[in-house]
Design a protein. Structure first.
Length: 385
């Protein structure tokens, strides 16, 4: 076996170039921050649909531009346009609810009084003991909250033009980026793979884990959220509960949180219906919540995600909540991906410390050579000469 070539010692110029690479990379990331969401969703769309685009291009006789354009049109028709229409309808429904509360058509104090009258004596005693029976105070506090909400809504309406332009610009960036990533994603991925300053076997494990987590998060989170929100909204509508679109969207959003999920919406609503005398509506909602809405998550998530890629529920919950707080709506992807990469990196560290605190150098060298050969074989198979 040929002995490895001695590596030259690092010089000051090497450290200077490494510093320059890090500085320029951080500056470029800072430059992209205004369009962080657009770039994130463009990358996610490419990760999910690039394999399908590649197969479509092969079936069309090697026409990547046409295949990427057709896939982009499909994404617009199936996801983006329906999401925009849903957002418009949701804003209209929320505005209608605000108007009913502001004009007194929806009397919150009367509703709370009915709910209190339906409570058992023991529960009513607890309410009186903790001072929760002051309905005038509750009405004033709620009215102040509604006034603040209406003021915020008015502010958003004043700046609607600027918000619409920003949204259209971000949407244009996302679609433009998605097209090129769908068309040339494999080439860009190979460039990133070759540029990462990691040992080949560690690099390939991290890239594979990143792709698996992104696809699993989107399939096991977004698909389940859409189905649970859709089914929940339909059930609320059939039961005649006002604001069914709003409740459906809320259930879809809360389904992103493991363990609690959609129960944060349908459980209080079912209890309210039962307490106010709507026994059959409350009973049907409780039954559908447990055995229809809840079973969507229990049945579909293991199939879509797979048990090998699932993280502990407490890790997913904390990572999702922290991601939502730091990154907004984009955090339900960023949070779990960071948590999964954290677990992957420490698993690799544990494997490397397998023999006397560290893997043997010869084993690392052999594994690096094997990883390079696998990468070269995959590149040859993807782009045959």
């Amino acid at each position: 076996m040929e002995s490895p070539r001695p590596q030259p010692p690092y010089r000051l110029e090497d450290y200077g170039f490494a510093f320059l690479v890090i500085t320029v990379s951080v500056a470029f990331a800072w430059l992209l921050m205004p369009y962080f969401g657009a770039v994130l969703w463009g990358v996610v769309a490419a990760i999910l649909f690039e394999p399908l685009t590649f197969r479509l291009s092969q079936k069309m006789g090697g026409r990547p531009n046409t295949a990427a354009g057709l896939m982009l049109l499909a994404l617009l028709a199936l996801f983006i346009i329906p999401a925009i229409l849903l957002g418009i309808s949701l804003v209209q429904e929320v505005s209608a609810i605000y108007e009913k509360i502001a004009t007194g058509q929806l009397d919150v104090g009367h509703t709370i009084a009915k709910l209190r009258a339906a409570l058992p004596d023991s529960v009513e005693g607890l309410v009186d003991r903790y001072g929760l029976a002051d309905f005038e105070s509750l009405r004033r506090q709620f009215g102040a909250g509604i006034a603040s909400g209406l003021q915020g809504l008015a502010t958003r309406l004043v700046s609607a033009g600027q918000g619409a332009l920003s949204f259209l610009a971000a949407l244009g960036v996302m679609l433009y980026l998605t097209f090129f990533l769908l068309r040339d994603g494999r080439r860009y991925g190979e460039l990133i793979r070759e540029s990462l300053p990691l040992r080949p076997h560690l690099r390939d494990r991290l890239i594979t884990n990143f792709l698996v987590v992104v696809r699993a998060t989107m399939k096991g989170t977004v698909v389940v959220a859409i189905l649970q929100g859709l089914v929940g909204g339909i059930i609320f509508s059939l039961l005649g509960i006002p604001g069914s679109l709003l409740w459906g969207v809320l259930m879809g959003f809360f389904s992103l949180l493991p363990a609690v999920g959609t129960g944060l919406v349908w459980v209080p609503m079912a209890l309210y219906l039962l307490a106010t005398g709507h026994v059959w509506q409350g009973s049907i909602l409780a039954f559908c919540g447990m055995f229809v809405i809840g079973m969507i998550d229990n049945l579909l998530r293991p199939i879509l995600v797979g048990r090998d890629t699932r993280m502990p529920d407490f890790v997913v919950l904390i990572a999702t909540l922290a991601g939502l707080q730091i990154f907004g709506l984009n955090g339900f992807i960023v949070g779990p991906v960071i948590a999964a990469l954290f677990i992957c990196v420490w698993n690799l560290m544990r494997e490397m410390r397998s023999v006397d605190g560290m893997i043997e150098p010869d084993a690392i060298e052999l594994e690096d050579e094997a990883a390079e050969q696998r990468g070269a074989s995959a590149e040859t198979a993807a782009h045959p000469s």
